[in-house]
Design a protein around this ligand. Structure first.
Ligand SMILES: N[C@@H](Cc1ccccc1)C(=O)O
Length: 551
């Protein structure tokens, strides 16, 4: 009889072996299973052949498939009164927790099972116990190491098992030492420590004295295992009807609900996490900035104008028309509508004059200022365009001391990299006050950044077309251990303010910073493209904390 015939014979004699899905027909030449859907092909077959050749064909020697656990449990109960889950797990050689899971799933069917909690004391191998069971006890390793030739005690001591192993092997009289040389005293020894550990691991019992010794060596410890004593419930069945989770309109219409079994409500189960909106990290930091501005008496400017004329974005800010920032390399020009047509006429005239001829004590730039250039629409390159409109407005309404801020998007035609995007957010503050000095501005910064937790500021002179003097603001970054630029600032030039109609003794200080940089620092994000833009991972948005505990 060849293997295939043997297998088929067995299948005929014993059509069902617990825990095994059985192949109904086997193509031996390819060793693959055919016709049986729930066979995991080759792997399963291999277990069959292994089984055929090495064991008696009894259910107990087959390690159980967990596929149909609940049904296996019902079948077992049908022919017995009760079982203890801990013992059954051992008998079936399956993970106790998996068995408990299957029992719990059956408990969802009311009355099928009855259970009682049981606790059993078990001996479990400690980590060291597991190691000894796997690799051998240290005393045995020493015995092996010594070999028939003997070994230097110093060499043994260098081994990880050396110290304990030596002591135990001496005690057991397996080895002896003479002038630093360790030799075997016995020819044949048995690593009983390992054997006992292996037995305990398999759930077999060992002699009480041995247990005591292993406990003393901290190789095993007693643990309480919680299990279930399971018996038939008042409506026990081996044939579970599928339980419906939902009562559907169709069931009501057809009346089929009357014959259905419904799952019990589980009031213990956790609810579905409600889905809700999440603030983007940038918006979280923006709201922090807003609160700081509000607490310092600032009011917010309207920033709902992404498309701005060059006039407000550049000209009103005394930025000459040939300035490189106005180049298409740096600025996005809008093609439709390409031009703005409405400007305050006399103000536009005054801006033209201050650029081309000077005035208010300034020599101007002395060039041919063209309205066509000022009309060109751009995506605003800074929120200072918003500030310019607002300051002009302030002059029209009649000057009053004002503290204004804005936080919104700006656009620059940049090469994208880890720290640059073509659109980002600016945080901008503007303070208009009579006889305001640079000292006031520094005072405002100090206060503003203190509220952000940044106390160490330095200033460096810089150039902006619209401010004089201008300063870059630096802060010491503990993490990077260096000074990093955090903002740009300055006192707006009279060439910008006086044409607007602001009184001559009014000074206006302004400062700007990006929203992205502090957000990246606060949330530990290294690449700006992880924070903003089309490639952002939505999980970043879902998972960033509302509240951070900054150091
Ligand atoms: N607009 C400047 C910031 C700034 C605002 C106000 C005054 C001075 C500088 C920038 O884009 O960096």
């Amino acid at each position: 009889m060849n293997d295939l015939d043997r297998l088929n014979q067995i299948l005929q004699d014993q059509p069902y072996i617990e825990g095994f899905a059985q192949p109904s027909s086997v193509d031996f030449s390819t060793r693959s299973a055919v016709k049986e859907k729930d066979l995991k092909g080759r792997e399963h077959l291999e277990r069959w052949f292994h089984h055929l050749s090495s064991y008696e064909m009894t259910a107990d020697t087959v390690s159980r498939s967990t596929d149909n656990f609940p049904q296996q449990i019902l079948d077992l109960l049908a022919s017995s009164t009760e079982f203890n889950s801990i013992e059954l797990a051992q008998q079936w050689k399956v993970d106790h927790q998996k068995l408990i899971g299957a029992i719990k799933s059956l408990l969802a069917n009311e009355g099928v099972l009855a259970t009682k909690d049981v606790t059993e004391k078990r001996l479990e191998l400690t980590n060291e116990g597991v190691q000894f069971a796997n690799e051998g006890s240290p005393e045995f390793l020493v015995f092996q190491f010594v070999g028939t030739e003997g070994a230097a005690q110093a060499d043994i001591m260098k081994q990880p098992f050396g110290k304990i192993g030596m002591a135990k092997a001496m005690q057991a009289k397996w080895v002896s030492v003479d002038k630093g040389l360790v030799v075997r005293k016995s020819t044949d020894v048995v690593d009983s420590t390992r054997k006992f550990l292996e037995s305990l691991r398999l759930g077999e019992d060992v002699d009480e004295n041995q247990k005591k010794e292993l406990k003393k060596r901290k190789l095993i410890s007693e643990v309480n295992i919680k299990g279930l004593l399971v018996s038939k419930g008042e409506s026990f069945t081996t044939n579970l009807a599928k339980q419906e989770a939902d009562l559907t309109p169709e069931m009501i219409a057809s009346g089929s609900w009357k014959d259905k079994q419904f799952k019990k409500y589980n009031f213990e189960s956790l609810g579905v996490v409600p889905s809700s909106g999440h603030l983007h990290p940038l918006m979280k930091v923006r709201s922090e900035f807003r609160q700081i501005f509000f607490s310092m008496g600032f009011s917010e400017m309207a920033t709902n104008r992404y498309v701005e004329s060059s006039f407000w974005n550049f000209d009103a800010l005394f930025q000459p028309q040939q300035h490189p920032a106005r180049d298409a390399h740096d600025t996005f020009f809008v093609s439709d509508p390409a031009l703005s047509t409405k400007f305050p006429e006399d103000y536009l005239e005054r801006v033209k004059t201050v650029h081309s001829q000077g005035g208010y004590g300034s020599a101007g730039y002395n060039y041919d200022w063209k309205i066509e250039e000022a009309q060109k629409n751009v995506l605003r390159t800074h929120t200072t365009a918003v500030s310019a409109r607002q300051l002009y407005q302030l002059a029209q309404e009649g000057f009053r001391p004002s503290k204004l801020f804005s936080i919104d998007r700006v656009f620059r035609n940049e090469t994208l990299d880890a720290t640059h995007l073509a659109e980002f957010h600016q945080v901008e503050g503007v303070i208009a006050e009579k006889n305001l000095s640079l000292a006031h501005l520094i005072g405002v910064f100090t206060e503003f950044f203190k509220k952000l937790g940044i106390t160490n500021l330095r200033f460096k002179p810089t150039y902006n077309p619209y401010t004089e003097p201008s300063m870059e603001i630096f802060a010491y970054h503990q993490g990077l251990a260096k000074w990093v630029e955090i903002g740009n600032s300055g006192m707006f030039r009279p060439e910008m303010l006086l044409p607007m109609g602001l009184p001559a003794d009014v000074n206006v200080a302004g400062y700007g910073l990006s929203l992205e940089r502090p957000t990246m620092i606060k949330y530990g994000i290294n690449n700006i493209r992880d924070l903003f833009g089309s490639k952002i991972d939505l999980d970043v948005v879902y998972n960033t904390p509302i509240c951070r505990l900054d150091k």
